[in-house]
Design a protein. Structure first.
Length: 402
């Protein structure tokens, strides 16, 4: 690509921040020579990073970019500067961090919204008596053996791929592709992800699948939509083609975890299953294509209700994280708070606590529920093809959706 000095300095700054914050750069598909420069040099001091960022913020004013692009880069530089200020030891309240990182404010959850969560889950999952025991039995019944995970997830990808191409004709680059990678050895001390999309550029993604963590036959379809079609892989491929390759916009050759781009990506991925299917269609597909024995399973009506209630689960984790980061609840209180609902097992709660402690991932937890609601409020529970296509193809900021 034709890279200006401003674009070169922008990407170098982002990559240099990434040497301080492990996982900060989720993907980079820009010029390889810049990555080599950063890999081979000494780590840049936080003070120098702050000076470089200030210089870029000043230079942005004279680049001659059109208004919308200038604003997009401006917001991204603000997010980068916030990360640098934290590296310099500047104390920034979490609410202010979040606004500067993601271009959207952070609000507490109205506890009334979670008041009946246990009852709603119990009703949707047909639990009688002790809900925790019932859900544990359900998890065992729905757990997919490791040897079947690859084929079932591949089947789910094929289903959502076909549906995406039906709805969004000719929007995907012709040579796009996805590789499925089954994880073999996972350190128990690390944060666990059931699925993770690693975008590798040139319209290719590698989706890591952890066959030992939350592999239920009910989750393959929404996970394939979230990570693949029309979620992360679809969005990244389209934006690489239209914005980076065709328009030479360097800012779309990189994804930073603590940035407005990340927030939009998770928002798009969260609503992706609803873009393809109604709740009833989702339930019918998982029953017909993934359920090993329908005679032992919940009714179609219950599966539909389970799809609906999942949004409340992400709302709970939003509130859980808010209690941890904003209200400063200790770990003991957080664990007890989660256990009171009788919905979450110990492994799931522990993994969420690990995410909260992770410097790069802690605030991203808010993006799932908040991003989903942002799109729901703007476009409704089932967006039109036109509106979702706009999210996939254009550089959108969260504040654009207010």
């Amino acid at each position: 690509m034709k890279l200006s000095e401003f674009g070169k300095d922008f990407l170098l700054l982002a990559l240099r921040i990434g040497k301080h914050k492990i996982g900060y750069v989720d993907f980079y598909i820009g010029p390889k020579k810049l990555q080599k420069v950063v890999d081979n040099e000494e780590i840049t001091s936080p003070k120098k990073l702050l000076v470089d960022c200030s210089t870029l913020q000043e230079k942005l004013l004279v680049q001659g970019y059109h208004k919308a692009r200038k604003r997009y880069i401006e917001k991204t530089l603000l997010a980068m500067r916030t990360s640098i200020e934290i590296l310099n030891g500047i104390d920034i309240p979490i609410q202010d961090q979040f606004l500067k990182f993601y271009d959207i404010g952070l609000q507490p959850v109205n506890e009334a919204e979670l008041l009946n969560l246990k009852e709603e889950i119990s009703e949707a999952y047909g639990g009688y008596g002790n809900l925790e025991e019932h859900l544990n039995k359900l998890r065992v019944r729905r757990m997919v053996p490791r040897v079947k995970v690859f084929n079932l997830f591949k089947k789910a990808l094929n289903i959502v791929d076909m549906r995406t191409r039906e709805l969004f004709v000719d929007i995907l680059p012709r040579n796009e592709s996805i590789t499925i990678n089954l994880l073999k050895n996972v350190n128990n001390d690390d944060v666990k992800w059931a699925y993770y999309n690693w975008y590798q550029g040139k319209y290719h993604s590698r989706i890591d699948v952890n066959p030992n963590f939350n592999m239920y036959w009910t989750t393959f379809l929404p996970a394939a939509a979230h990570e693949g079609y029309p979620g992360h892989h679809t969005e990244f491929s389209i934006k690489e083609k239209l914005l980076y390759r065709d328009l030479n916009q360097f800012e779309h050759s990189i994804l930073l975890l603590n940035s407005p781009k990340l927030f939009i990506s998770e928002s798009v991925a969260e609503i992706a299953p609803n873009m393809l299917y109604s709740y009833q269609e989702q339930a019918e597909i998982v029953l017909n294509f993934f359920c090993p024995d329908t005679s032992k399973e919940d009714s179609l009506e219950l599966l539909i209700n389970q799809n609906r209630v999942r949004g409340k689960i992400s709302l709970f984790w939003y509130n859980f994280t808010y209690r941890a980061l904003i209200d400063k609840w200790n770990e003991e209180n957080l664990i007890q708070y989660a256990k009171n609902y009788e919905i979450f097992n110990h492994d799931t709660i522990s993994n969420q606590l690990k995410k909260i402690k992770n410097l790069s991932h802690s605030t991203t937890i808010f993006s799932y529920n908040l991003g989903r609601n942002l799109i729901l409020n703007k476009y409704g529970e089932f967006p039109t093809i036109k509106n979702f296509r706009n999210l996939l193809a254009n550089p959108i900021l969260p504040s654009d959706l207010f």
